[in-house]
Design a binder for this molecule. Structure first.
Ligand code: IPE
Ligand code: MG
Length: 238
């Protein structure tokens, strides 16, 4: 019998996977194509990967689509990326909706172009009652910016110091209500996480791969899941 995600027996699946899809630019450059072709192919792979992951009983998937630091790239690339992300949302959301996927945005939404904001808002409204899997799109997201935004809100709301602890602080982050990240994956042969979910990954398991994001396929994600299922997580205990 062919192995499908439902017949594969992973001892322990992550509840929350975060992914840093890196390597789109190099994927394109190696083919003599403009970087934006790599981003287009990368968006197509996000779609494939989300559909594949939604077959597993994995509750939360978070994708890093655009960081607060990505604004420093040339304007054509930034604007091109936004257009690709908008197209990705408009094209994929009806499919995601059918799969029971709920969309959520993490980051500073109001700094994004209006059309992209509108597409994200429509997607969140359309899928708000879905419960099978939550897909968090981190567009214009920065981990430090997230902590700064949380502190600003705490102060603005006049929260007193004795009422702040790790749990209550978590309610002020973009990820309020989401569980911490169990497994974080980065493609594209870089050993860093570039300001992604720095609070939520304090005890995550890391998985790095040399595969460039547009080439990252079902076998590669299964390798990451299998590796995760074999780890012993102790959270600082024995
Ligand atoms: C990742 O691919 C996509 C985004 C950052 C939006 P890159 O554009 O970083 O690709 P490389 O690292 O140059 O290959
Ligand atoms: Mg990169």
């Amino acid at each position: 019998m062919a192995k499908t995600p439902t017949t594969k027996k992973f001892i322990l699946l992550p509840t929350h996977i975060a992914m840093v899809p890196d390597g789109n630019g190099r994927w394109a450059e190696r083919r003599g194509l403009p970087r934006l072709s790599g981003h287009r192919e990368g968006a197509e792979n996000m779609r494939r990967m989300i559909k594949y992951l939604s077959k597993y009983p994995i509750k939360y998937v978070t994708l890093y689509g655009f960081s607060t630091e990505n604004w420093t790239r040339p304007e054509v690339e930034v604007m091109g990326l936004f257009a690709i992300l908008e197209e990705f949302i408009n094209k994929c959301v009806p499919e995601f909706n059918q799969e029971g996927i709920k969309l959520r945005h993490l980051g500073r939404l109001n700094e994004l172009p209006r059309n992209l904001q509108a597409a994200i808002n429509r997607a969140m409204e359309l899928t708000e009652n879905n419960a099978r899997m939550t897909l968090n799109l981190a567009f214009n997201y920065g981990g430090r910016a997230e902590i700064v935004d949380a502190v600003r809100r705490l102060i603005a709301e006049g929260v007193s110091p004795q009422n702040i602890d790790e749990e209550s602080f978590g309610h002020y982050l973009y990820t309020a209500g989401l569980p911490n990240v169990d497994l974080i994956i980065r493609t594209g042969d870089e050993m860093r996480f570039s300001n992604f979910l720095i609070w939520q990954t304090a005890y995550s398991e890391y998985h790095f791969t040399k595969v460039l994001w547009p080439d990252f396929g079902e076998k590669d994600i299964d390798t990451a899941l299998l590796s995760y299922s074999r780890r012993q997580r102790r959270f600082g205990g024995l």
